[in-house]
Design a protein around this ligand. Structure first.
Ligand SMILES: [Zn+2]
Length: 301
């Protein structure tokens, strides 16, 4: 029996709020998973790495890990070794791959979390069969990935797709990236939590699903901001399909219906062009870790 048939591949999604990790099969299913809180961004980067290593050890207790893929909420360089910058974490030029490989003793692959989400959705989820896909992940902030001709577009330095930091309100709300008026200050989990004076965006989503009118209204407002930004991205990129993932996508149509309406209101050339569908990520909140594991498995060869 070869090691490949006895070991597991583990995907880890490091978001601004939670670290999700899971054992992922070759066909993109999660067979076991763990969730932990992301250490606060004023903590040393080593503390985040401790959290990742703990999750991996837990998941590889019975069968050894062959490879680990990490989707990280940050700007990951083209070679997939360094997280150059993360608005929501303590990483600044952090050599994450080398640090984790030294600890775990297995090959580690690092990519941006929205890129891994897009990979998973295009291979196993809502984007299957589509070549031009815009993927938006709504978590603590907004992550983005543009799939062009069935491959994630990376830009010159691996940092493309950070749509959450497009300025939508000149002089607007201060963003954790240091600028003002970024899109994610009006749509993300952080934005919702602040507007509702709640602990997390997910708490607002839960309240809305339970029928609380003020929470439903906040999601509608966030959805309108989402759709307005998506209309600009359609003007720029003309995607076939828009997939919305990340924790906040659990709001479903409470968020996506207002987003679709705002997208159509603002879509340039409406009536003279196909209107892209806006779909929730079919793999839900696991999409990021599934894509990370799939990338790690692909690199194993
Ligand atoms: Zn920003």
């Amino acid at each position: 029996v070869s090691l490949v048939s006895t070991g597991v591949v583990i995907g880890v999604d490091v978001g601004g709020t939670n670290v999700l990790a899971g054992v992922v099969t070759p066909d993109g299913r999660v067979v076991s998973s763990v969730q932990q809180q992301t250490p606060h961004r004023n903590k040393h980067p080593r503390v985040v790495e401790d959290t990742i290593a703990r999750a991996v050890r837990e998941l590889s207790a019975e069968r050894p890990a062959l490879a680990v893929g990490v989707g990280a909420a940050g700007f990951v360089d083209t070679s997939g070794s360094t997280v150059a910058f993360s608005p929501h974490l303590s990483w600044r030029n952090e050599p994450l791959r080398a640090a984790l490989e030294a600890r775990l003793g297995v090959p580690v692959t690092v990519d941006n979390d929205a890129n891994t989400t897009a990979r998973a959705e295009c291979r196993f989820g809502a984007g299957v069969g589509h070549a031009q896909v815009l993927c938006i992940t709504l978590g603590t902030g907004i992550g983005g990935a543009l799939v062009v001709d069935a491959a994630v577009f990376r830009g010159a330095h691996g940092m493309a797709g950070e749509f959450g930091h497009m300025q939508v309100v000149p002089g607007g709300r201060v963003c954790e990236c240091g600028n003002r008026g970024c899109w994610e200050q009006y749509v993300s989990g952080n934005a919702l939590a602040r507007a509702a004076a709640a602990t997390t965006g997910l708490a607002v989503v839960e309240a809305a699903r339970a029928g609380e009118a003020s929470a439903v209204e906040l999601l509608a407002e966030a959805g309108a901001w989402l759709g307005t930004g998506l209309a600009s991205l359609c003007a720029a990129f003309d995607p076939e399909l828009i997939v919305v993932g990340g924790g906040l996508s659990q709001a479903g149509d409470l968020l996506l219906d207002p987003a679709r309406a705002a997208l159509l209101r603002n879509l340039t050339g409406r009536g003279y062009r196909p209107e892209p569908a806006v779909l929730p990520a079919a793999l839900g909140v696991d999409a990021g870790l599934i894509g990370a594991a799939d990338l790690a498995r692909a690199r194993l060869g």
